[in-house]
Ligand binder design. Structure first.
Ligand SMILES: [Zn+2]
Length: 263
């Protein structure tokens, strides 16, 4: 459904890595013995999409983000022991919301969050910054209308560990952003720099597609653009996970947090 930031780039790029499934990889970057309460499992789906499972380890409550292939998601979920209660839909495009009907049929009673009437099975309409919970995790929907008018990014905070993550769907990728189907450049600028760009610097970003390699081929953009600068911090073998802290000067020798979760 999407193409990279610059239209002349190849429109599809296969994932260059495999992320081990059912690995609570946020735990892997823990340097203390403090128990991590938030787990996020990325699941490659379709050609280059990512779905995610979010688990509050304390309560074993889980949500899924854009579960376009329900069977694959439920197979992974069954290995976690968590109970699925919610679906976060980032926007209505079929490669993100297209699994909702099948998933709700298999798991009746799910709360399906979103901000667009075009999302199948939606039963909770997110208001901007109207916080809700998954177990003990705090979820804040951020309205980011541009790729579609109903696009939402879900910002999640674990109050016990202060871990933070944001699921950006087709609004923000590694090294690029989604196309402006129902907005314009002014909208995207506001979203990138005044909504997502203002999240805490240690926020982990989980995007909706694997476009990293193609996006990082962009040479014409300024090195001062934080989207491009991230190429100093990742390589093609990294999963699409970055923190927002790379807005300062490029640090070639700095530890790359995203590498810690590479598969
Ligand atoms: Zn889309």
């Amino acid at each position: 459904m999407l193409v990279p930031l610059v239209s002349e780039l190849p429109q599809k790029s296969k994932p260059q890595f495999e992320i081990p499934l059912c690995i609570p990889f946020i735990n892997k970057r823990q340097t203390t013995s403090q128990e991590t309460k938030m787990k996020i499992i990325p699941i490659p789906v379709l050609e280059d999409n990512y779905a995610y499972i979010l688990i509050d380890d304390k309560t074993k409550e889980a949500a899924v983000i854009d579960p376009v292939e329900p069977t694959k998601i439920l197979n992974v979920l069954s290995q976690t022991g968590a109970k699925l209660t919610s679906v976060f839909t980032t926007h209505h495009h079929w490669d993100h919301s297209g699994g909702n009907i099948e998933l709700v049929a298999k798991k009746p009673g799910l709360a399906v969050y979103g901000a667009d009437a075009r999302i199948p099975e939606i039963n909770y309409v997110c208001k901007d910054h109207d916080e809700f919970k998954i177990g003990t995790l705090l979820v804040t929907p951020l309205h980011t209308p541009c790729h579609t008018k109903g696009s939402v990014c879900y910002y999640v905070v674990d109050p016990a560990t202060n871990e933070r993550a944001v699921f950006t769907g087709d609004t923000l990728f590694v090294g690029g952003c989604g196309r402006f189907f129902e907005g314009d450049a002014r909208d995207m600028y506001r979203i990138l720099f005044h909504v997502l760009g203002r999240l805490p610097e240690d926020t982990w970003v989980f995007c909706g597609h694997e476009y990293t390699r193609a996006n990082l081929k962009v040479r014409s953009l300024s090195r001062n653009c934080f989207l491009v600068r991230r190429r100093y911090l990742v390589n093609a073998n990294c999963p699409p996970l970055l923190v927002c802290s790379d807005r300062g000067p490029p640090k070639r020798d700095a530890p790359c947090k995203s590498r810690l979760v590479s598969g």
